[in-house]
Design a protein around this ligand. Sequence first.
Ligand code: FAD
Ligand code: MLT
Ligand code: ZN
Length: 525
Amino acid sequence: MRFQRLLQMRRLATSASASATLMRAPKQTTHHSTMGTSLSVRTMAGSGAAIPELTQITDNVQRGNYATLNDADVAHFEKLLGTNHVLTEDLEGYNICFLKRIRGNSKLVLKPGNTEEVAAIMRYCNERKLAVVPQGGNTGLVGGSVPICDEIVLSLQRLNKVLSVDEVTGIAIVESGCILENFDQRARDVGLTVPLDLGAKASCHIGGNVSTNAGGVRVVRYGNLHGSVLGVEAVLANGQVLDLMSNFKKDNTGYHMKHLFIGSEGTLGVITKLSMLCPHSSKAVNVAFIGLNSFDDVLKTFVSAKRNLGEILSSCELIDERALNTALQQFKFLNAPISGFPFYMLIETSGSNGDHDEEKINQFIGDGMERGEIQDGTVTGDPGKVQEIWKIREMVPLGLIEKSFCFKYDISLPLRDFYSIVDVMRERCGSLATIVCGYGHLGDSNLHLNVSCDEFNDEIYKRVEPFVYEYTSKLKGSISAEHGIGFLKKDYLHYSKNSVAIDWMRDMKKLLDPNGILNPYKVLN
Ligand code: FAD
Ligand code: MLT
Ligand code: ZN
């Protein structure tokens, strides 16, 4: 009987915890010579393979009309920042994107230590017409954070301080280069939490998160960063410091300019500081990991979660069996509590009363099982086990990236059509693809469609793109739900924005960066 199965739901064994480092730093790899057609060497399979060819060559990028860096420029920056903070060697980690798909050829990395230094760098670069790419943790997945040609990399790594966390107002002021996990830890020290959580938290910067308007796994609870970020300080392309810091949720004085910097991917300004509204961390967190037989059951379970868990629902994620199995094969330390289902959901509740929340989530699962929508699963409120379950979800993208070359999409789709594109794509790619899978933030209608193959291959690329964008556009979805446009999707922006909107974007770019030195070749064509 199904209720008996509920009672038998396995609690997670306290196994050797998943202690592997979640994020990998860009590996220092050796160059290899270009061979074959440009497309076939433009990307590589898996993380262990050789580095990609220069993107300027593979994608035939016409270098913008920028000045070329010279010795006097380097000497200027050394005087400004000190020689330790001006790098001219071993720059591969800054030139290659996380996916190892995009590779630039910057000869200079600058590491300013405060806003004034960022401003001085931008003023100089604007006068000299030197192009600049702002870089945070370099975990972006659309090639936005690395140079395409020889842009100077402006690394925000040293702007890493949490300046204040006010436990009364919940407002934190933080420099943009602070690693998300460190920021969250500081907030937790006073009973608060950063309302953003994502698998790259150990490496990504809060400034990178804001610049990409990163989503992550708790948007269903806290909304996106346009709501949580109260203010930003940004350095414009000409070196002016735009102070849009605010300590209030409500501030209707003039145009809401901070929003321009949230999600503009370093093309309009360099974020140096921001204030964020941090909610109280929840006393009771429960996580259920459940198996389901069909996507129809997934939708029913989501509706039931919203109806029955209501205010305590804090995350609702989907993982299909191929995505899960790839992660499990790649990372043996992961413990999946259940197996053998086509779909899995991770449902989290966060509240202030453990007994109440536990009762609610158990009831929700029991009812779902009785209706035959939920097949099996586990539920836990033990913090160590909660983390173990989250680790499974967090390792899914890394499993796919580690295993082979992966075309990655993050699209918003109407819920009823959420998963169908995975089946359609599997059919389209046939044996050319090794894995076609879907996972993501079901609670926000955000699907991560991934298509894997042994290595970049033009034939499969053409089967996938632009089809995936056409399909999404026909359903009035968004071609980028959270990762942004960067370099990889700039040719497809028109699938989600009409020409009037794109012209406006261009006008704004011209206004804020007339010389086009900030993150060129990204977002706009
Ligand atoms: P970078 O990659 O360094 O830069 C991203 C963009 O922001 C670039 O265009 C860059 O120029 C610009 N930028 C960076 N810092 C600044 C600044 N201070 N001022 C102006 N521009 C700046 N994304 C999600 O949305 N949700 C997820 O759940 C998610 N999960 C991920 C899981 C994994 C394992 C990985 C590898 C990535 C994931 N991402 C996710 C993508 C990525 O982590 C996010 O986009 C993140 O916000 C990027 O932050 P970063 O500091 O690494 O920025
Ligand atoms: C995630 O939700 O895991 C991230 O956005 C990364 C990905 O798309 O793989
Ligand atoms: Zn995501």
